[in-house]
Write a protein that binds this ligand. Structure first.
Ligand code: ZN
Ligand code: ZN
Length: 652
């Protein structure tokens, strides 16, 4: 069952490749400029029709595709049969001793294979067209008649007449058959069209295109197309080289010849938009397996990171469009292709860094000390650091500075800096894991290193934008480049700045919120009989109390508040406002039991609350939070009552 499915899928892909070849051939064919105007118009119409028909075949559903090919094969068989009959009648005298007129062969035994062949054609024809009526036998007889006529030596005019009549009968029968099938084709096409329309209306254009792309296995089709085209060209070129080097004894090709061959193949591998698409499809599978390999090597299970097989080809294709790759002269095309590949390589390295970074962080933060886990990630990181340096050294050695070299170098430097940032943070966490003492400043250091990295990335984004603008003004200003510039400005500059700012604000408010919470000092006579619910460590120096009476380390709670606004234990708002007031009394899970009541009583009586007052009103700058605070202010008294009431309940 599975094998059958697989075979059908392979056939599905294989049968869609010929239309792509036809489109490619039509697009690449040169128009004969010397011909007159009507001839040019005719050619144009013919080309358009060819592309259109091929495109329709390409997007047929699997069933319709198979049907299309069976009918085409049947037509080819019918045509061959008629031509063969014609040829036999005109050129072969089956009963003459020498047999053939042109071909040297013994003739009298020739009629047997001819009859068998025609019989096979006939059976094939009726099987493919699925003719079950009584006509099927008549059709076979009809195909055999001219051959029989030759064998029994009818006069030549009668033989010719028989061939013509047989051909006409076959043609008209086929036409009738096809017109009966036409209805089926019409409904099939209509069904596909309606399905597409429905998809478009319900899910939108993107999903519809994606779905169509998947259903017809378009990337596989493109891959097969590109690779088989390349293979055919390679065989042809190797043959030509052999022919020109016929005198040489060496069996293997010369190195220079081989190099030339590869260059030639690469140049013709991207000579039209279609072939560039095919190349992208091939790059896609290479990148996909590269990505999977690296993920397996570093032991990551992120589903998100499997997108390399999508990102790399899209980038390649956009770069090709942006630089007008397929329209360039052959020599320039090769250079441009190499340049694009360099840019693509740096982009892929950036992506790989994006894959290794989270693994590096989780390894260092979770204090896993297994060398086997750390080694692959560190190896990849080293690789990511060394490779860009090597690449830019080589390029600077061979090329003079231009916008392309500038872009590649900037990408390389940026990548190196990003790797350094990752490794620094990794080292900080590892040092923290090595010493068992809580390192209060760690979080700040990590933040400083990371924000330095983000600022550098932002600066590079701006520099790249400037480089792009320069290229657009003085070198090549295509529309696609302009679009890409806009995308770059949005993703690498605007979003980057926005996220950085958001992180900054989050940190500031988190620090502020922590400072607003009451603090309990741990001393000799006041021990807190609980652990912090975030890190499961005891309270050694002090603890912060949330309005819901949960105790945490200030540092732990701060890290939590960067991510979200609620208590990790009971998901109530950590910040004191109406909501927390209403729900506070209901919370009783893991509520701290304080053995010594005196200090806590102190705390409730005012000190920290007043501290909170002063702190908030003096330091807060954002109006939104100011409003929040004013409402808090109004409810302060009731909130305090609740707090006291809760404590009373605890004491009982
Ligand atoms: Zn803690
Ligand atoms: Zn809580």
């Amino acid at each position: 069952m599975a094998a059958g499915q697989r075979l059908r899928a392979v056939l599905d892909v294989a049968l869609r490749v010929p239309p792509v070849f036809i489109i490619d051939a039509v697009v690449n064919s040169r128009q004969d400029a010397a011909a007159g105007y009507p001839s040019l118009l005719g050619q144009l119409v013919l080309r358009l029709l060819g592309v259109l028909a091929s495109a329709v075949v390409l997007v047929l559903s699997r069933r319709a595709l198979f049907k299309f090919y069976t009918i085409t094969t049947a037509l080819v068989i019918a045509a061959t049969s008629v031509l063969m009959n014609y040829y036999t009648t005109l050129h072969i005298n089956l009963n003459s001793p020498s047999g053939l007129v042109d071909l040297p062969s013994s003739g009298s035994s020739l009629w047997m294979p001819l009859i068998v062949l025609q019989l096979i054609f006939g059976i094939g024809f009726i099987t493919l067209l699925e003719i079950h009526s009584v006509f099927s036998h008549l059709i076979i007889v009809n195909m055999l008649v001219p051959a029989v006529g030759s064998i029994i030596e009818l006069p030549p005019e009668v033989q010719e007449g028989l061939v013509i009549v047989s051909g006409i009968v076959l043609a008209s029968y086929t036409t009738v058959c096809l017109s009966l099938r036409f209805k089926w084709f019409y409904y099939c096409t209509k069904y596909t069209f309606l399905l597409m329309k429905h998809m478009y209306q319900v899910y939108g254009l993107r999903v519809m295109l994606e779905d169509a792309w998947k259903i017809i296995h378009f990337s596989d089709v493109l891959r097969v197309f590109w690779l088989s085209r390349l293979a055919a060209q390679a065989v042809f070129l190797v043959y030509m080289v052999r022919l020109s080097n016929a005198g040489e004894a060496s069996y293997f090709m010369q190195w220079s010849d081989f190099w030339e061959l590869v260059c030639h193949l690469l140049i013709s591998g991207c000579d039209s938009t279609l072939t560039v698409l095919g190349m992208s499809a091939v790059i896609s599978s290479i990148a996909h397996y590269l990505g999977l390999g690296i993920l397996a090597f570093i032991g990551s299970t992120e589903e998100e990171d499997k997108r390399l097989g999508f990102v790399a080809p899209v980038l390649f294709f956009i770069l090709a469009l942006q630089t007008g790759l397929s329209g360039l002269k052959p020599e320039e095309r090769l250079i441009r292709l190499c340049r694009n590949m360099c840019l693509l390589l740096t982009a892929i390295l950036h992506f790989i860094h994006g894959m290794t970074d989270p693994v590096l962080m989780s390894l260092s933060a979770s204090h896993v000390s297994s060398f086997r886990r750390h080694f692959p990630v560190l190896l990849i990181s080293t690789f990511l650091f060394v490779l860009p340096i090597l690449l830019s050294c080589i390029l600077w050695h061979y090329y003079a500075l231009n916008t392309w070299l500038f872009a590649v170098s900037a990408f390389c430097v940026e990548l190196c800096l990003k790797v350094i940032v990752s490794l620094t943070v990794y080292t900080l966490f590892m040092i923290d894991g090595h010493y068992s003492v809580v390192w209060e400043k760690l979080d700040d250091y990590v933040y400083y290193v990371r924000s330095t990295g983000s600022i550098i990335e932002f600066i590079f984004g701006v520099i790249m934008f400037g480089n792009g603008a320069y290229t657009m003004m003085f070198e090549s200003g295509s529309k696609i480049r302009a679009c890409m510039m806009c995308l770059h400005a949005y993703f690498n500059i605007y979003l980057q700045a926005k996220n950085g700012w958001k992180t900054f604000i989050n940190r500031r408010t988190a620090v502020k919120k922590i400072n607003s919470l009451p603090e309990v000092e741990v001393s000799e006579n006041n021990e807190i009989d609980d652990v912090c619910a975030i890190c499961y460590q005891e309270f050694r120096t002090s603890a912060r109390v949330t309005p819901c009476h949960h105790y945490f380390h200030a540092l732990c709670l701060r890290k939590w508040l960067y991510i979200q606004d609620t208590c990790p234990m009971c998901h109530q708002k950590v910040y004191i406002d109406d909501e927390s007031k209403e729900t506070a009394s209901s919370s009783n899970n893991n509520v701290l039991v304080v053995p010594n009541e005196e200090p806590l009583q102190d705390l409730v009586d005012g000190e920290p609350e007043r501290e909170l007052d002063g702190h908030d009103l003096s330091e807060d700058e954002s109006t939104e939070e100011e409003e929040e605070e004013w409402t808090t202010e109004q409810h302060r008294s009731t909130s305090e009552d609740e707090f006291l009431h809760d404590l009373d309940g605890l004491r009982d």
